[in-house]
Design a protein around this ligand. Structure first.
Ligand code: TYD
Ligand code: MG
Length: 471
């Protein structure tokens, strides 16, 4: 295809331009122009000839559950919704070096004994992949391995070869379609390559595992449409310095989203973490201020994590608010509610918030635990040691109930916590259900002021104090 047939279409407003530029001339959005084939090179619309009739059916009818290929890596299978579905496409995104290649190699290494697996690497040489496989103890696994980047070659090979169960493409950014002029990794290449490979997967009935890099902005490099094209989007994330890795389901046409799988990166690859709460709390030190244990839910699983806060006098005109693992907007809201509804001002102080272990929390239920850590940091009073905390904070300072209370309490009890600080629950007529039999003391909190009474009030002169853990 010659260059002259390419055009650049703004993904925001749909305007088409002859050449690429950083900003759309029509709507003014930045980085939205994407190369597309011009209309002349596409099939000629719907001219001539009638289509065939399509059959409509009812919603009722016999439809079988899709078969699943379980890898035996329980954490991975759960995030996929019980195993990978043949004919589906899974995108695994993550920062460079986080362990995507290691994960997919372990997945196919385990599956290879029961079904035919193909691993196509566009980033590493055959020797590098072999070396990694040996390190992972998978040197003998019957995986078909190749280093290739041409989509045309890959499609020809897979179509003519024996049927395969799983095909790994590591990574989609290195693949190219030779009919496009743009370089591998550009939006047009990534999108077209993915499109062709997904079509092949549907046609041949294999499960396609695409590895994708994440841009600095945190989205999978290439167009957002890549996420729309695949059936399942999983993000592999974690802090570089931590050994924990979280596989998070963002989208899944064959299972639940918001499910997470927890892994630990060791010198022999990724090992599964069956009891993440215990692991996230191992480094917890007793009786220090500025920390609270949050009883959260990730997907279907309860997860206990420590939330740490540090409040220190600031020398800056605009004090710092630094957050790791949580939403900074939400932190600002809680600081504002503390000031407006409880009269506790953190102005003039830098505030640091950290979710221990490198986990990222999105649940509003963490509000109360964050407020507890903040109050504990600013007053220098340790939060009750044997307590877990959860509850959502409203703008008027009221504490709202959150879902799955019983599940949270059960997990906390399992890990030896004897108290819970939680929202006031509607009174039950009969003390039936599991909560009544729970061996836990409940401190029900109706308003943020109740929490202030529980933790304490900061000294009159908070700027003179460096609160948090160094007592
Ligand atoms: P990799 O899977 O290459 O990451 P990605 O494909 O996401 O870029 O993982 C790279 C990191 O993992 C690298 O820094 C080394 C580390 N690693 C281990 O710690 N143990 C292992 O057994 C393996 C294979 C890798
Ligand atoms: Mg890699």
């Amino acid at each position: 295809m010659s260059k002259s047939t390419a055009r650049f279409v703004c993904q925001e407003c749909g305007a088409a331009m002859g050449k690429w530029s950083g900003q759309c001339d029509f709507c003014g959005q930045w980085n939205t122009l994407i190369e597309e084939q011009s209309a002349q090179s596409l099939p000629k619309g719907l001219r001539g000839g009638k289509g065939s009739k399509i059959q409509f059916v009812g919603l009722t009818g016999d439809s079988v559950e899709p078969p699943r290929m379980a890898t035996g890596l329980v954490e991975f299978d759960r995030v996929c919704g019980g195993g990978m579905v043949p004919g589906s496409a899974i995108l695994i995104g993550g920062d460079p070096g986080i362990g995507k290649s290691t994960l997919v190699l372990q997945v196919v290494g385990r599956l290879a004994t029961s079904s035919d697996c193909t691993y196509i690497s566009g980033e590493e040489s055959v020797d590098q992949v072999r070396m990694r496989a040996r390190r992972l103890g998978l040197g003998e696994a019957p995986v078909r391995l190749a280093a290739a980047t041409s989509v045309r070659d890959i499609i020809t090979t897979l179509e003519s070869g024996p049927t395969t169960g799983v095909v790994v493409i590591d990574s989609i950014q290195t693949m190219f379609v030779d009919s496009l002029d743009s370089a591998p990794g550009t939006v047009a290449q990534v999108r077209t390559s993915a499109q062709e490979l997904i079509r092949l997967a549907k046609r041949c009935g294999f499960c396609l595992l695409l590895v994708g890099h994440v841009t600095k902005e945190g989205t999978i490099a290439g167009p957002r449409v890549l996420e729309h094209m695949v059936d399942t989007v999983l993000y592999f994330e974690g802090e570089r310095g931590h050994q924990f890795r979280i596989l998070r389901g963002i989208k899944n046409r064959f299972g639940p989203t918001d499910e997470i799988g927890v892994f630990e990166m060791t010198d022999r690859g990724l090992t599964e973490v069956a009891n993440p709460s215990a692991l996230f709390l191992t480094q917890r030190r007793g009786n220090i201020s500025g920390a609270a244990v949050f009883a959260g839910i990730e997907g279907t699983r309860p997860l206990l994590v420590e939330i740490q806060a540090l409040v220190a006098p600031s020398a800056l005109a605009t004090p710092r608010r630094a957050v790791v693992g949580w939403d900074s907007g939400r932190l600002a809201m809680i600081i504002a509610v503390l000031e407006a509804r409880c009269g506790i001002s953190l102005a003039g102080n830098d505030v640091y918030l950290n979710i221990a272990g490198g986990l990222r929390i999105a649940e509003p239920a963490a509000d109360l635990a964050v407020a507890t850590a903040l109050l504990s940091a600013v007053t220098d009073n340790p939060a009750p040691q044997e307590s877990v905390v959860f509850g959502e904070i409203g703008l008027s300072g009221e504490i709202r109930t959150v879902g799955q209370t019983d599940l949270r309490l059960k997990e906390a009890a399992k890990l030896g916590f004897s108290e819970a600080i939680l929202p006031t629950r509607p009174k039950r007529k009969k003390p039936g259900g599991q909560t009544a039999s729970m061996p836990m003391t409940h401190t029900e909190i109706e308003h943020l002021r109740d929490l202030v009474l529980l933790i304490g009030v900061p000294a009159k002169n908070p700027e003179r104090r460096v609160a948090g853990g160094n007592a």
